[in-house]
Design a protein around this ligand. Sequence first.
Ligand SMILES: Cc1ncc(COP(=O)(O)O)c(C=O)c1O
Length: 384
Amino acid sequence: MPSLRTSTFTESVIREMTRVAREYGAINLSQGFPDFPMPAPMKEAACAAIRGDVNQYAVTWGAPALRLGIAEKYRRWYGMDVDPDREVTVTCGATEAMAAVFMALLDPGDEVIVLEPFYENYGPDAILADAKPVFVPLEEPDWRLDPDRLRAAFTPRTKAIIVNTPHNPTGRVLTRDEISLIAELCQEHDVWAITDEIYEHIRYAGNHHVIATWPGMAERTVTISGFSKTYSCTGWRLGYAIAPAELTTAIRKVHDFLTVGAPAPLQAGATVALAFDTPYYNELAYGYRERRDMLAAALTEAGFTFSLPEGAYYILASFSAISDLDDVAFAHWLASDIGVATVPGSSFYHKRGMGRGLVRFAYCKKKETIEAAAERLVGLRARV
Ligand SMILES: Cc1ncc(COP(=O)(O)O)c(C=O)c1O
């Protein structure tokens, strides 16, 4: 029999919807991967590394040049002092970073606060570490954090809080006040902040606030980010965790036993990206803002309601003005009858029934793809 631990895991609904999209020939606005190419210099560097025989295990916690580039990035962008030798671990995506950090930091019974709706991996990550996720809602319709509810979630067993900004699936960018409140509560209750900043460069409003730079937070923060979204290379599986040296030693042990290391030639490709300049990041955000506006117009026209994303590349939309179906049935109908694949809202909540009137659209797609989806969504209400 498989372990009890895995018995509560269901197949990732997001990846399932990608399969459903294929089955119906639907335009895939479900999974968050770009359908356009990644930057050419990174591809060239990775190919050169393969040809140059960089094909054996990299240093377990990341190629030195890549760790140096990451430390330099944090100095330049956020004024953060990061020691590349003692505080950076390169992992197989932010996904592995999160799992490794959970296992390195949490003991059985520890509680981890997760803002809900949430990226679907955090719940299983907590279970893998025998920890208990405690959910605090971001309130509809504009997904604000209620300070009193957050405060009430901290208990003597709370060990960590996940801080995901820009936020998947809502598109919220947490404000300075929200980050300050989280920092204050972490210090008051002796709790770690584990961040997920994978969309840090995809923002249309607000600033990216790095909680590790708050007074008193560097020593109780693990900063997680990665290359998948910023450089459109979700298949490369490269991310990292920045943490104080003592915790980094523990994270590196878990990482070593889980994966030995991230792919060596792709680390060489990623190193090149860290030298990209401001125009690259501006273009990335402008490009996504245009796509957001295209999709938002089409969804409004079709009868969906939502709050406009401030960051990341998703719209979490309510379809309650269109249909009474539940989210799973509506998402299947949208894929099969209209030809647009989305993710049912309940996949971002811990209880069935929550997110019932919501679906998530991803717009990390070519403009042609979004235009084609918009055409299919025209007249949607007439076909319900
Ligand atoms: C919030 C968030 N974190 C992490 C990931 C996965 O990152 P990676 O590809 O680096 O594992 C995603 C992917 O969709 C995400 O939305």
